[in-house]
Design a protein. Structure first.
Length: 846
């Protein structure tokens, strides 16, 4: 039975009581803000009690559960289910009052406060203390109660006690206006024990304290998932809680912070269920542990958590790893600062701890993981599905004898963007590395490339920044120097835009601002003084221009390929799986006696049935006759690609085992869906309806028509690229409006309340992106030609886009194929976001 009553500390502590904080509770964690608030409450109620001795101040609740072994005599014991932070702090405040009064008013106060509020005088051991904190805090707490400060030094307990001693010392100071007498120590003590009101909620011995604690998570008391799990575990240990806490849980708790512990419990769950969320830790772990039969099994589970915690601790703090190669790889992954690698890294670490693999195999697997991150970024596919891929990889490599090879094979399959050597070489030569991914990751890659030179005198690169050798802003001197290095008919601005942000033009330096736009002769002299090997190589060049940038890019690509291994040999030697290659593979894989539809093939590659039919009509593929209309009938437009073949595809299918109804429809049970086709050719594909990928606009029907027409007139990758741009615009705060006319374009509109509508581009299904420079020149704020030209410059950062100054009087277009690379989409969206913010800022100031 649950009962609630309002009490004071005099009533709570004034008898033979002990309030034990259970092992599953958090350690003491209150700090200065909470201590200050409590002190202000004490001072306020003490001041009011000068005029009204019955004045009180409510400070919160205390939830208590009775011990089953409480007898008729002795100390009455209670479990503190909730409120331990407040109760512990109040007794530390009383200990400070005791110590201050004993020092300034006489030693009799020490015994009086002790015996009334802090200790059970006639008891020994733990029963001596009226409040018994959780084990991690007991030594520090005893130190303050028993005047043994060394035991509490540096703890939160010690800091709280010292905080209140300092406040009590300040009581002797008069008020600022000199009108009020300072509070006395007696008044403060009275306010604490009789003026602070607490609602005590108590349960009977038959009430389940675990359930009560668990239910508090629904009352806004902010119990974490880790708090609930700790509670659940220790409530399953009625006789072994102390031993398990001391030998297993406390070492784990000392090893990891509360946040790290909670992440560990999630990492444990996600090994088996990649979809579990971090908000579902408690429910997931509780479901997993329901089958535990006895305390020994619960103890074994906590022991397993401790083992995993030690591995996770090494992941977070790689300097603790003993093996040199593993420590090096863990430090690299930690420097990348992403949690997406945690599940698979913990799995691999656990495999080594169990003896399944050795340190060399672990280091090799971690190298593939690092290589995957680096190659994706260099290739421009920085974050596409990374978390999903690595979670799936964790499940895929479980139980495989060689997890390193298994991981490489998995990352090499399907559309996981593990860039091949050729793709890396192409990207290093042409991709705008400087605008790809996070700045910290770009610097890391340059740093690791520099470290690969193996300099005998390591250079401190922590404060280094990325420097453009050919500067972002060309001075007249740079223009003259570069003009003499151009090929016939090559445009200086086009060359500058094309090569500026590529890896071949980037390095690390500690004096970026000083070099800035200075001529190469000056830069060269400074770079020659650098201890960075990359800079020494650059300084060896007599001039710096397109030839030197491309030559250096080739050298850097060779180094990247040498440092970071690529996809498996089978994947690297095979044809790249474009959408049409995937479709071709799927059609060839349809076995005799089965069929599929144009629609299922369209789902497989993220396209539309019409272009799929067009592709099959002009491409000679084995088994193309096994592709039927949705209703299971042969398309009237089907023709054998072999012009000499005249047999009826219906008869061929029947001979192969496909059953037909009387009205000529193939048996639906023999139809292969997109999911089954993907399994047949072992590819990982996204089967999301393309329509659902586009952001909503002014009319859902017009949006669906726009998506359908995109797939009618473009290859799947180009259609998906335009959808990504449209969705990215809306996610950044823009609005999409679909035109109800023959062209059916999607206008990317800046939301405005009063000014006229304005849009930078129109996404047409038929011919791509139209940039409306011609109209923008008449629409504020882009009537300012410098502002309009800046927009042109930002669009020119898109690889493959080269708008000259004359474009400002036209409506030039960007081909959809240009936007297929993720880096191109990112650069385009950066330019569009700048446009959006520029208009919004102008609206605010005009």
């Amino acid at each position: 039975m649950v009962a609630a009553r309002e009490v004071t500390l005099q009533e709570l502590l004034g008898g033979s009581y002990q309030y034990t904080v259970p092992l599953y509770q958090r350690t003491y964690s209150w700090g200065r803000p909470q201590w200050q608030r409590l002190w202000e409450d004490v001072v306020d109620v003490a001041d009011r009690r000068r005029h009204n001795l019955s004045a009180t101040h409510f400070i919160g609740s205390l939830v208590l559960a009775g011990f089953r072994d409480n007898g008729p005599g002795g100390v009455q014991r209670w479990l503190v289910v909730d409120g331990q932070q407040r109760l512990t702090t109040l007794t530390l405040l009383l200990a400070a009052v005791r110590d201050h009064r004993a020092e300034h008013e006489g030693p009799m106060h020490a015994d009086r406060v002790n015996e009334k509020y802090l200790v059970n005088k006639w008891e020994d051991g733990d029963l001596r203390y009226k409040v018994l904190p959780t084990q991690a805090d007991r030594s520090a707490y005893r130190g303050r109660i028993e005047h043994a400060p060394d035991a509490a030094e540096g703890s939160r307990i010690s800091e709280a006690h010292q905080f209140f001693l300092t406040k009590l010392l300040g009581l002797s100071q008069p008020s600022a206006d000199g009108e009020e007498e300072p509070l006395t120590l007696a008044e403060v003590e009275s306010a604490v024990v009789a003026g602070l009101s607490i609602v005590s909620v108590t349960t009977g011995e038959n009430d389940n304290a675990h359930r009560i604690f668990e239910s508090l998570n629904n009352t806004g008391l902010k119990l974490t998932q880790g708090d609930l799990l700790r509670n659940y575990l220790f409530m399953q240990l009625p006789t072994r809680a102390d031993e398990v806490y001391t030998t297993l849980w406390l070492p784990l708790q000392n090893l990891l912070s509360n946040e790290e512990l909670e992440t560990l419990f999630w990492l444990d769950l996600v090994q088996q269920d990649p979809k579990v969320r971090q908000t579902e830790i408690y429910a997931g772990q509780q479901r997993r542990m329901r089958g535990l039969q006895d305390e020994s099994q619960v103890r074994a589970e906590v022991e397993r958590f401790l083992a995993l915690g030690r591995l996770y601790d090494v992941m977070l703090r790689p300097e603790k790893e003993k093996d040199d190669a593993v420590r090096f790889r863990l430090a690299r992954l930690r420097a990348w600062r992403t949690t997406t690698t945690f599940p698979i890294t913990l799995h691999l670490m656990e495999r080594r701890s169990l003896g399944d693999i050795d340190s060399d195999e672990l280091a090799r697997a971690l190298l593939y993981l690092e290589s995957y991150l680096v190659r994706r970024l260099v290739f421009g596919r920085y974050s596409d599905g990374l978390n999903t891929t690595l979670l799936a990889a964790t499940a895929d490599i479980q139980g495989q004898d060689d997890p390193a090879d298994a991981l490489q094979r998995f990352l090499s399959s399907g559309r996981k963007h593990f860039a091949s050597d050729d793709q890396i070489r192409q990207a290093v030569m042409t991709a705008p590395f400087y605008t790809t991914g996070r700045a910290a990751h770009r610097k890391l890659i340059l740093r690791w490339i520099e470290e690969s030179y193996g300099s005998k005198e390591p250079v401190d690169l922590d404060s280094a920044t990325i420097e453009h050798v050919m500067p972002q802003t060309l001075t007249e001197e740079w223009e003259r120097a570069l003009a003499g290095q151009l090929e016939a008919h090559q445009d200086l601005r086009e060359m500058h835009t094309e090569l500026l942000h590529t890896l071949g033009n980037l390095t690390l330096t500690g004096y970026n601002s000083e070099l800035s736009n200075g001529p190469f002769a000056v830069k060269r002299a400074e770079l020659a003084k650098s201890g960075i090997r990359m800079n020494q190589e650059i300084s060896a060049e007599p001039v710096w221009g397109p030839a030197q940038i491309r030559a250096r890019a080739e050298r850097l690509a060779d180094r990247i390929v040498g440092i970071w291994p690529g996809p498996s040999a089978e994947a690297a030697s095979g044809v790249a799986h474009t959408a049409w290659q995937t479709l071709s593979d799927a059609v060839e894989a349809i076995p005799a006696g089965f069929w599929t539809s144009y629609g299922e093939l369209a789902r497989l590659i993220g396209s539309h049935p019409v272009p799929v039919g067009t592709y099959l009509a002009r491409t000679a593929l084995p088994h193309a006759h096994r592709v039927l209309q949705a209703g299971g009938t042969v398309s009237p437009s089907f023709r054998w690609t072999d012009v000499h073949r005249t047999d009826d595809p219906h008869d061929v299918l029947a001979a192969e085992g496909v059953r037909f109804s009387e009205d000529g429809r193939a048996d639906g049970g023999q139809r292969l869906l997109a999911e089954q086709l993907a399994e047949l050719i072992d590819v990982d594909v996204d089967l999301t309806d393309p329509r659902s990928l586009a952001a909503p606009g002014n009319d859902p029907a017009l949006r669906d028509r726009w998506v359908d027409r995109l797939h009618d007139h473009n290859d799947p990758e180009s259609a998906r690229a335009l959808i990504e741009v449209q969705r990215g615009w809306v996610e950044r705060g823009g609005r999409a409006e679909f035109a109800d006319n023959a062209a059916g374009g999607c206008f990317l509109v800046v939301p405005r309340t009063s000014a006229r509508a304005i849009w930078p581009v129109i996404l047409y299904p038929t011919y791509g992106v139209e940039v409306v420079f011609y109209h923008l020149a008449n629409w504020p704020p882009f009537t300012d030609e410098a502002l309009l030209d800046e927009f042109r410059g930002r669009l020119n950062l898109i690889p493959g886009v080269e708008f000259g100054p004359e474009s400002l009087r036209r409506r030039p277009s960007i081909k959809p194929q240009t936007l297929q690379p993720a880096a191109a989409q990112e650069a385009f969206l950066d330019a569009l976001e700048w446009f959006l913010r520029t208009v919004q800022e102008d609206d605010r100031t005009s």
